[in-house]
Design a protein around this ligand. Structure first.
Ligand code: SAM
Length: 243
C-alpha cells in the first residue's frame, strides 16, 4: 500500500483513505497480518498491522526491502490522446511494465479532445488507475500522469529527458530510421518516447520533433495501434535492460 511520505516514519505507517476499506473489507486483514508499505519516494517496507479501525490502519515497519522492481532507466511515455478505454489500457498496462510517467498530449491528429474544464477530473481517474496498477504489480513508485494541450507543449517538456524518441510508422516504412534497440544501447538515464494517435504523427510534428533532438524510431514493419506501440516500447525496454 502506498502512503503519503509524511504517513511513514522510521518505524510506523498510518494508512488512511480507500486503502483502509481494501485492507479490512476486501483482503480481510487483521492485526498481525503482514503487508507491504511504500512512501512513493523510493522506500519499500515489510509491515505488520497493529490496528484496524474504520478510518485508519496502523502498522509497524519490520524491515526495509532492498531489492527494486524498477526499470534501470526512467521511462516516460508521451502518449497522444486516443479513445478513452485505450488510454486507460496504456496507463494500467504501462504501469505494470515499468513506466515512470505518462505525459498525455493533444496531438494534431488526435480525434479525442479534452475539454479544459474536465482535464483535472480525467487526470485524477487515470492517476487512480496508475496507483492501483502500481500496487498490483509491486512497483516502487506510482507513475505521474500529466497533460499537455498541444504537441508543442509536449516537445518543450521532453527537453527535460536525456533521450527523446518518437515512434513513427512513416519512418518505419521508409527504412530511414534506427531500431529502438540501437538507441537503447547508449543507456541514457531517462528516455521519453512519444507515440502518435490513431491517425499518426503529422509531418509538421515530425519536423518539430527532429528540430528538438527527438529521433524517429521504428518498431518494425507492422503498423501497430497506438496503445500497442506504447506497450511494445516498454516491453522492448524491459527486455533490453532486464532479461
Ligand atoms: N490506424 C491505426 C490505429 O487506428 O490505431 C494505427 C495507428 S499508428 C499510426 C499510431 C502510432 O503508433 C504511430 O503514430 C506511432 O507512434 C506508433 N506506431 C505504430 N506502428 C509503428 C511502427 N511499426 N513503428 C514505429 N511506430 C509505430
Amino acid at each position: 500500500y502506498f502512503v503519503e511520505p509524511e504517513q511513514m516514519t522510521e518505524n510506523n505507517v498510518v494508512i488512511t483513505g480507500e486503502d483502509v476499506k481494501h485492507i479490512s473489507k476486501v483482503m480481510r486483514l487483521e492485526p498481525g497480518s503482514h503487508i507491504e508499505c511504500l512512501n512513493n519516494q523510493g522506500r519499500r517496507t515489510h509491515c505488520r498491522i497493529q490496528s484496524v479501525d474504520k478510518e485508519t490502519v496502523e502498522a509497524d515497519i519490520l524491515e526495509d526491502i532492498k531489492s527494486s522492481p524498477e526499470l534501470p532507466v526512467y521511462a516516460a511515455v508521451a502518449q497522444a490522446l486516443i479513445k478513452g478505454d485505450n488510454l486507460d489500457l496504456v496507463v494500467q498496462k504501462g504501469t505494470e511494465l515499468g513506466a515512470r510517467s505518462f505525459l498525455l498530449f493533444a496531438a494534431g491528429r488526435s480525434v479525442v479532445k479534452w475539454d479544459s474544464s474536465k482535464v483535472e477530473k480525467k487526470l485524477q481517474r487515470l492517476r487512480k488507475i496508475a496507483k492501483e496498477a502500481a500496487e498490483q504489480s509491486g512497483r516502487q513508485y506510482i507513475p505521474d500522469v500529466s497533460y499537455y494541450a498541444s504537441t508543442r507543449d509536449m516537445i518543450e517538456a521532453a527537453s527535460a529527458y536525456e533521450a527523446c524518441l518518437y515512434l513513427d510508422e512513416e519512418t518505419a516504412k521508409s527504412g530511414e530510421h534506427q531500431a529502438a534497440a540501437d538507441i537503447f544501447s547508449s543507456r541514457p538515464p531517462s528516455i521519453l518516447a512519444l507515440i502518435g494517435p490513431e491517425g499518426g504523427i503529422s509531418r509538421e510534428e515530425a519536423q518539430a520533433l527532429d528540430q528538438n533532438d527527438c529521433r524517429p524510431v521504428s518498431l518494425g514493419p507492422r503498423i501497430l495501434r497506438s496503445e500497442s506501440a506504447s506497450l511494445y516500447f516498454l516491453s522492448a525496454l524491459s527486455y533490453h535492460y532486464e532479461i
